[in-house]
Design a protein around this ligand. Structure first.
Ligand SMILES: [Fe+2]
Ligand SMILES: [Fe+2]
Length: 191
């Protein structure tokens, strides 16, 4: 194997690890919130754009994934199930905030959508106090009163990071990692 082959093999391993880590996070999200992920209303958020070309559905799943990753990176002990479910429901406002209608203009969406999300989520799920806190406070400091549990702090941080990346199109999706692994494996087999 030449130098290029060795470098490529190492890179493939790195991307494969990344891919496996991603897969483990998605598996954990599915185990903790299969009911939410399969629900009609949660799936209806695939029709609504959040930032850039990212749907609300993808955004919420990404926030759950980054919340778990942040937890791991900073060694923060927390309720992972509450973290995941709260993150998935944090933007459960169920309307397209880019298309205001006359009756419900969404000019103050930033201020009001946590309350709307909480109302919608409470109507469908038996929320824990932490999940409620995550949804209610995720727009802090816009919502003035700071979060009172670690899970809500983690989700508000992950949400801001994801929103920034999505707004500027800097996010790297699961698909891209898979593509990269496949590409490197092909390069490796050719060298
Ligand atoms: Fe939000
Ligand atoms: Fe969000």
């Amino acid at each position: 194997m030449g130098k290029r082959g060795i470098r490529s093999a190492k890179e493939t391993e790195r991307w494969k690890r990344k891919f496996e880590e991603e897969r483990a996070l998605y598996r954990e999200i599915q185990e903790a919130a299969d009911d939410i992920l399969r629900s009609v209303n949660f799936n209806s958020t695939k029709e609504h754009i959040q930032h850039g070309n990212m749907t609300v559905n993808d955004h919420c799943i990404r926030v759950a994934k980054y919340s778990l990753a942040l937890c791991k990176k900073l060694h923060i002990p927390c309720s992972r199930k509450d973290l995941i479910r709260g993150a998935l429901l944090h933007d459960y406002f169920l309307y397209d905030w880019h298309t205001p209608d006359k009756r419900k203009p969404h000019r103050l969406h930033g201020f009001y959508h946590p309350g709307r999300a909480l109302k919608n989520a409470s109507a469908e799920y038996d929320l824990t106090p932490r999940e409620r806190e995550i949804i209610k406070k995720h727009m802090w400091p816009l919502t003035v009163v700071p979060p009172t549990c670690r899970e809500a702090w983690i989700v508000t941080t992950a949400d801001k990071w994801c929103s920034l990346m999505e707004t500027f199109g800097l996010h790297r999706g699961h698909g891209k990692i898979l593509e990269k692994v496949k590409y490197l494996q092909l390069e490796e087999s050719e060298s």
